[in-house]
Design a protein around this ligand. Structure first.
Ligand code: XBP
Ligand code: MG
Length: 250
């Protein structure tokens, strides 16, 4: 029986990733570091999940000017990046992706529980939810985020943490993800995955997902089907997910 949906955040709930990129650039500029990440470089760096880990990977692989300052400055860079990201999300009133609010509302109405499993830091999740849900009405029963898990995606840790918080088995939930590393992480935790491709995961193979689509879709605004299970009218809704889940139990 389907009892919960577990959502990734960056690229899945919202197109956050370019704001992460801009926030890193703001932090570099504030600290006088001569580094700048353009969209093409950021797409490459995104193979490493987690902002602190991504930064260390950049220093190790690109050895940019000023790299010797990195180790002493790393916590300060990341703290400034988190502050800048929060400001950018609020300034841009970053919306949820198509179908996310609808599916969340359908799940709440049906008593299906909701969780988040993300690599991003907890304040980033809180900020996105604060501008998209009324105060005191954030829909998630469980949020597993950032360093709360021992290992970042593609390790299964953060999805296992979400499942433990929900106190359910992986067979009772569906994960929603946008990246290859996220799909691997959820699959390693035993979860079936619905993939929605995002701006920065356009080139990712979405192998391992039982269905891959451009987004959840809305009535009158159908998604594009990419692979696997297809959804009537180009819209993923709770009824369709429940039908798929029941059939996959056979
Ligand atoms: C995507 C990520 C995140 C952000 C950066 O996470 O890799 O690390 O890019 O956030 P997900 P931090 O798709 O799992 O939500 O700087 O806070 O780590
Ligand atoms: Mg993601």
């Amino acid at each position: 029986m389907l009892r919960a949906l577990i959502f990734d955040v960056d690229g899945t709930l919202a197109e956050t990733e370019d704001l992460h990129r801009q926030a890193f650039n703001r932090a570099f500029a504030e600290l006088g570091l001569p580094w700048h990440w353009d969209a093409a470089l950021y797409a490459d760096l995104l193979t490493v999940m987690g902002g602190k880990e991504r930064l260390a990977h950049y220093i190790d692989t690109q050895q940019p000017a000023g790299a010797e300052a990195f180790h002493a400055l790393a916590p300060e860079i990341h703290a400034r990046k988190t502050a800048a990201y929060g400001a950018l999300v609020a300034e841009s009133r970053l919306p949820l992706r198509p179908g996310i609010a609808r599916l969340i509302a359908e799940a709440r109405a049906a008593g299906i529980r909701l969780a988040v499993a993300t690599t991003t830091s907890r304040p980033n999740v809180d900020r996105l939810l604060a501008i998209n849900f009324p105060p005191g009405d954030a829909p998630f029963d469980v949020i597993a985020a950032g360093d709360e898990a021992d290992r970042k995606k593609p390790a299964p840790d953060v999805f296992l943490l979400a499942l433990a918080g929900l106190d359910i088995a992986a067979s009772e939930a569906v994960a929603v993800e946008d990246s290859a590393a996220g799909i691997s992480s959820a699959r390693a935790a035993g979860l079936p995955v619905l993939a929605t491709r995002s701006r920065y995961t356009g080139s990712h193979k979405l192998d391992g997902a039982f269905s891959a689509v451009s987004d959840l879709g809305e009535p009158g605004q159908p998604h594009q089907h990419i692979g696997g299970v297809e959804w009537p009218g180009g819209v993923v809704d709770l009824a369709g997910l429940m039908r798929w889940h029941e059939a996959s139990d056979d």
